[in-house]
Design a protein around this ligand. Sequence first.
Ligand code: MN
Length: 228
Amino acid sequence: MSSYVIDPPKVVTVPVAGGGEFPVRRIFCVGRNYAEHTREMGGDPDREEPFFFTKPADALLTGGADMPYPPKTADLHHEMELVVAIGRGGTDITEAAALDHVYGYAAGLDMTRRDLQAVAKKAGRPWDMAKGFDLSAPIGEIVPAARIGHPAAGAITLSVNGKLRQSSDLDRQIWNVPETIAYLSGLVTLAPGDLIFTGTPEGVAAAVRGDLLEGAIAGVGSVRTRIV
Ligand code: MN
């Protein structure tokens, strides 16, 4: 018999294309990783080191399920992103070895309460409640790198109700996947089950109830959710 005094939390998983489930430990997110998005948020892409924030694992929303419009916001934004799934952990991983630590990739959405983020930025407060709220991370199936390789380029797009809202290419990332893994693993030890949302291109905007969000990354996969 277990000595847990309450039922233990469930392990959060993401379906893997072709079968199986990827168990999730932590979710890391890169801020401002495409120059045009950095500019639209008022930053200078030439002078900023990468920075990171996190979401809890149970913020994930899988299987194309509906996303309830979250509380305490009037400005819910979509951020379409490439997600890296870490299969092998490490500290101070080199850029040259970084891709050996990747299990696979997915398309994901870093949903953001932009109004709460603006208040936090202005007050110098944490972003947690702007970024890490319930079901703030819709994600598609994880596709093993063993099947698709390691995409360094390819179209990344998001349509809302069939109309193109975000459109860029993975090769426009300021910090590419090996550089991101190397940098992040110098800050914290990465472990199997970690996900890294690698930042969004320009075109972020508000989503409202009823909107159908459909994202795609060439060579990787897709993500979809309806805001309800
Ligand atoms: Mn983001």
